[in-house]
Design a protein around this ligand. Structure first.
Ligand SMILES: [Zn+2]
Ligand SMILES: [Zn+2]
Length: 425
């Protein structure tokens, strides 16, 4: 039998939630405030904690942080009457596995519980006290998914109009993949989340084409002296990384120079193709795109994420290069890849450096990727057209008989990686 700890100051809503769990044969422990909740959690080590966000004395964020520091396998679901993205992000950052908006019904609760506590394929079920060796989950969020140029407007509102930027939270690190125009919104969210606390992050740059760096001058945390950022990437074809990044902020094109930004920024040109960011191991690989462009694979303690924002399929005579790429991507949990063109469009744009739909799907299948995200959507593709390419991609997968999931990257959507799953909510 599994145990849940309910931490909620409102006795009536605590009683109702307790009833839901009891009916499903859970052992229920109750705490009327955050302080009691923390001590009961340490005493009983429940499989699940359901914690209200707004409570006097010790709030839900503090409870999360405290329990997470001491019990890494206990799953924590924050419940709140508020549906602010900032609250959700802060709760996840504090160590929550999920954030659920009230009112609570068993159907939505069960769906969330199944997601955060997937039943193991074999071996013992989740019973008794839990050992504390599971690391907190890895999360990624899409802030910009568009290729070439931002395209705001009503026809792109579903998938989003901002260019490449992805946030990854893993093993205590904040890692940003590319600095496209989506980075502006990410900066606003980070500032709201951290408040006066300093932000420390690493930006990985795939290459310095405009659509991958143009958000950097508008990244709010760069304007705060408390923050520090490492910018990692590779030397361009004709210039160093630092020189290229500084160039888009020269006086003729921007009012402030990169050097004048108050945050501590270190630009580090990578020489090796493998390095680490804290506990996250990073592997880079040169891809088929004009100039110098790399793809990254991040190995986190909850699975790996491969990111190939701009890459053209290798022609038939470059089979060895393709094989190397398949090896680089082999069994990635998530692959985010340039699928800018349909197959027909690609015929007219060979040599432009971008992917075609069937080639990226077959690459994913050959590499046995778990979940494929079509990315770097063409600026001319409206939401309906993106839906259509997703359908075509799924047909190819269906015909292959392989289990890969396919979706289109969507601005604002998040993906969690755990020991048993990688999914979008
Ligand atoms: Zn691009
Ligand atoms: Zn490019």
């Amino acid at each position: 039998m599994s145990t849940v700890l309910l931490i909620e100051d409102d006795a009536e809503s605590r009683r109702m939630t307790a009833e839901l769990f009891s009916r499903e044969d859970w052992t229920v422990i109750e705490a009327g405030d955050g302080e009691a909740g923390i001590s009961l959690a340490l005493e009983h080590r429940p499989q699940l904690v359901l914690c209200d966000l707004l409570m006097p004395r010790v709030n839900g964020f503090q409870v999360c942080r405290s329990i997470r520091q001491q019990l890494q396998r206990t799953k924590i679901i924050i419940v709140s009457g508020r549906d602010y993205g900032v609250d959700r992000a802060s709760a996840i950052e504090a160590g929550a596995d999920e954030y659920l908006v009230k009112p609570i019904f068993w159907e939505n609760l069960r769906e969330v519980i199944e997601r955060v506590m997937p039943a193991p394929a074999d071996g013992p079920g989740i019973t008794g006290r839990l050992p504390d060796f599971m690391p907190p989950s890895t999360r990624l969020k899409f802030w910009g998914v568009r290729g070439s140029i931002p395209v705001p407007g009503s026809s792109t509102v579903g998938y989003g109009g901002n260019t490449s930027c992805i946030e990854v939270r893993a093993d205590g690190e904040i890692i940003i993949l590319d600095a496209g125009s989506g980075m502006r919104e990410l900066g606003i969210a980070l500032e709201a989340e951290f408040g006066t606390r300093p932000i420390k992050l690493t930006l990985l740059i795939s290459h310095t084409h405009w659509d991958h760096i143009q958000g950097l001058p508008f990244f709010l945390p760069a304007y705060n002296g408390n923050n520090s950022m490492r910018l990692l990437g590779y030397r361009g074809a004709d210039e160093g990384l630092a020189a290229i990044l500084a160039r888009q902020m020269e006086p003729s094109v921007f009012p402030l120079s990169l050097r004048a930004l108050p945050s501590t920024i270190s630009i580090e040109e990578q020489k090796e193709m493998a390095f680490s960011i804290g506990k996250v191991r990073v592997q880079a690989c040169f891809v088929h795109h004009p100039g110098i462009c790399v793809g990254y694979r991040l190995y986190t303690s909850n699975g790996s994420i491969a990111y190939l924002p701009d890459s053209e399929p290798y022609p038939a005579h470059a089979a060895a290069e393709r094989a190397k790429l398949v090896e680089f991507l082999h069994r990635a949990d998530v692959l985010i890849i340039d699928a800018q063109y349909t197959d027909d469009e690609y015929q007219k744009k060979v040599g432009w450096g971008h992917g075609s739909l069937s080639s990226v799907v077959s690459l994913g299948l050959d590499a046995e990727v778990r979940k494929l995200f079509l990315f770097h959507h063409d600026p001319g593709r409206d939401d309906r057209a993106v839906d259509e390419i997703v359908e075509s991609a799924r047909m190819i997968v269906l015909e292959s008989g392989k289990p890969m999931e396919v979706d289109a990257a969507r601005e604002g959507s998040e993906v969690w990686l755990g020991a048993h799953l990688a999914r979008t909510p």
